[in-house]
Ligand binder design. Structure first.
Ligand SMILES: C[S@@+](CC[C@H](N)C(=O)[O-])C[C@H]1O[C@@H](n2cnc3c(N)ncnc32)[C@H](O)[C@@H]1O
Length: 287
């Protein structure tokens, strides 16, 4: 293929845009708002690394936006070629347009607009060694992104969003996942649907609670799938979710803090579960 052959092969799907009032730019900019993300079922991911992570994991790109300065950059050109090959649109834009889209003064060189993806709750079939995390009404995008990143790091299977959670596809959450969003399956459910799915969950359901009756280190997690249920940042787990758990675990605390941050508590739990369960399931990297 000759240089920028992809551009010649996709007439009409590669555009240069410098105007902030261009309708394509306005549509992408609108994706900062949940109602437009929900309407279009798409979201933005900033940065070449995230875009390449998404390609690796088979996510569908709708539009690739790159700064003029990226012209000639091999990785950017490859991403653009891949976008047009999969039927997407490529926009070469000024840095000002990119800043407007990402609402940042120093934007990344590349932004991808991808189709959202949720796993249906009914499709989740947990087997021994599998660990799923369910978050009850998680409100903070940084917490949700950090949980998704941690789930990825420990080799857990995925995250179930129960009730009205913050949007996993907001710019803030996507940023906080550092690319893990693309490799961690997400499901979502209203509490009733979650409780009914839970009845058929073939393993151990562990809720975390400030008044939990058991120290999280005393639980035997191995030998069956684990579902870890974490409560809302302000209110903790409501009774009807707490009552569905096989055990309610408490992480001991010293000092004056009344609780741990949701993402920190999830990390503490997941590393304890990993220590007891996941070494068999997930290959480790590093020392
Ligand atoms: C910020 S805490 C919620 C605090 C809330 N005020 C409450 O009363 O539960 C968010 C979630 O993190 C988990 N968590 C935080 N600290 C914990 C601890 N020490 N033991 C067990 N779970 C904890 C629980 O799932 C909790 O619902």
């Amino acid at each position: 293929m000759t240089e920028r052959d992809w551009e010649r092969r996709a007439p009409g799907r590669v555009k240069e845009v410098t105007s902030l009032s261009n309708p394509l730019v306005k549509d992408i900019r609108a994706l900062a708002l949940k109602k437009y993300r929900d309407r279009e079922h798409v979201f933005m991911a900033e940065g070449l690394k995230l875009v390449l992570d998404a390609f690796d994991e088979g996510w569908t790109i709708r539009t690739l936006v790159y700064a003029k300065a990226g012209r000639g950059n091999t990785a950017v050109e490859k991403a653009a070629a891949r976008t047009v090959a999969s039927g997407g649109l490529v926009l070469e834009v000024s840095e000002k347009v990119l800043s407007t889209i990402t609402r940042r003064d120093n934007p990344q060189m590349v932004v991808g607009v991808f189709a959202q993806r949720y796993r249906a709750l009914g499709e989740i079939r947990a087997a021994e060694g599998d660990v799923w995390v369910a978050l009850d009404r998680a409100r903070d995008p940084g917490n949700l992104g950090t949980v998704i990143r941690t789930v990825d790091a420990v080799g857990a299977r995925g995250v179930i969003l129960v009730g009205e959670c913050t949007d996993p596809f907001s710019l803030e959450t996507v940023r906080a996942t550092m690319g893990s969003l693309f490799s961690v399956p997400l499901a979502r459910a209203e509490p009733e649907a979650f409780l009914s799915w839970r009845k058929d969950f073939p393993g151990l359901v562990i809720g975390t609670h400030l008044k939990g009756s058991v120290d999280y280190r005393a639980i035997e997690y191995a030998g069956r799938p684990v579902l870890l249920l974490m409560g809302n940042e302000q209110q903790g787990l409501p009774d009807r979710l707490a009552e569905t758990c096989d055990r309610l675990a408490r992480i001991p605390q010293a000092g004056r803090a009344d609780s741990l941050n949701l993402a920190v508590a999830t990390g503490v739990m997941l590393y304890e579960i990993r220590r007891k369960v996941l070494p068999m399931a997930a290959p480790e990297t590093g020392p």
